[in-house]
Write a protein of this length. Structure first.
Length: 312
């Protein structure tokens, strides 16, 4: 089982090309707070990132560097620390470019620095999230990534510098690959995830337990049967599972089942009864109660509301 792929898929994480910055000389551009995750890829030159979430508040970015801000906080990109007060681009123009993917040319000199900004959004009603478990700033240097990471950065740079047919389709695929490669590069170098979903990678037993749940969510799992499948005692699993991810096995199982059910309610016209059975509920009323506790509405109401918003 690929747990990260499962969660990215179930939460519907997708990248969208945002502003394309071409800058030379003295320049800066504000990125106002937004509801999506924001990622910057430096495809040429260098830049500085300023944010109150950094310590110190300035971070130098070189060519090939990638920085992800999962919570979309306000920050500034510029040619040097402190340039924002005198040569800042118009915030309204910057915000529009982030949404439309426009090219922004900044500074009075020929472009030396090129930066691609990407937005990552997801279904925020899904409770099992990867982006929400990441720190406020994730920085990967160009020489730090896994094999192929720098190749993806170069491919993005080439697509931007030499637009060809279906370029948008290629870029949309590459930005999704970029997020996965960033996580591949970052996860093995960091610890301290315990108590979040990412804590699963710090305990092999918990990872195996979660793989069982993801592989067969419809099985009548209990902490006892799950522990038995792993060859450990119930007490051991009951202790280590919440220590790793901050939830008991039973709580996580219910959460994962409700997330799977919500996706099927949105994306299919399958009867509620068959969805309930697929996620481990032989009693449809019991499924209704569990779903209502999780999402605040019944399955039928949830489907109707999502369809009315065009999500079906």
């Amino acid at each position: 089982m690929d747990l990260v792929a499962d969660v990215l898929e179930i939460s519907g994480v997708r990248g969208t090309i945002g502003a394309r910055i071409e800058a030379g000389g003295s320049w800066s551009i504000p990125v106002t707070e937004c509801t999506t995750a924001v990622l910057h890829v430096v495809t040429a030159g260098s830049a500085w990132l300023e944010s109150r979430h950094l310590s110190p508040q300035c971070l130098e970015l070189a060519v090939g560097d990638v920085v992800l801000m999962p919570y979309g906080p306000s920050h500034m990109l510029g040619s040097a620390p402190g340039t924002g007060t005198s040569v800042a681009a118009d915030p309204a123009m910057a915000a529009r470019a982030l949404e439309t993917g426009e090219v922004i040319r900044l500074g009075s000199q020929p472009a030396h620095t090129r930066i691609l900004t990407i937005s990552y959004d997801c279904d925020h009603t899904v409770r099992t999230q990867v982006l929400g478990a990441l720190p406020e700033v994730v920085h990967i240097r160009g020489d730090q990534g896994e094999a192929g990471f720098d190749d993806t950065v170069r491919m993005i740079g080439r697509e931007l510098s030499r637009p060809l047919i279906a370029g948008r389709a290629v870029l949309n695929s590459l930005v999704d690959v970029m997020l996965v490669q960033l996580m591949r590069a970052w996860l093995p170098t960091r610890s301290g995830h315990r108590g979040t979903w990412l804590g699963v990678f710090e305990d092999p037993l918990v990872r195996s337990a979660m793989e069982h749940v993801h592989a067969e969510p419809g099985q009548p799992w209990t902490t006892t049967t799950l522990a038995s499948a792993l060859g450990v005692s119930r007490a051991t699993l009951s202790r280590r599972f919440p220590a790793a991810i901050g939830q008991s096995p039973a709580t996580y199982l219910t959460q994962w089942r409700m997330d799977l059910a919500a996706v099927r309610l949105r994306k299919t016209q399958d009867p509620v009864e068959s969805i309930a059975a697929a996620v481990g509920y032989q009693s449809t009323p019991a499924f209704h109660r569990a779903f209502a506790r999780s999402h605040g509405v019944t399955p039928g109401r949830y489907r109707a509301e999502r369809c009315s918003r065009g999500s079906c």
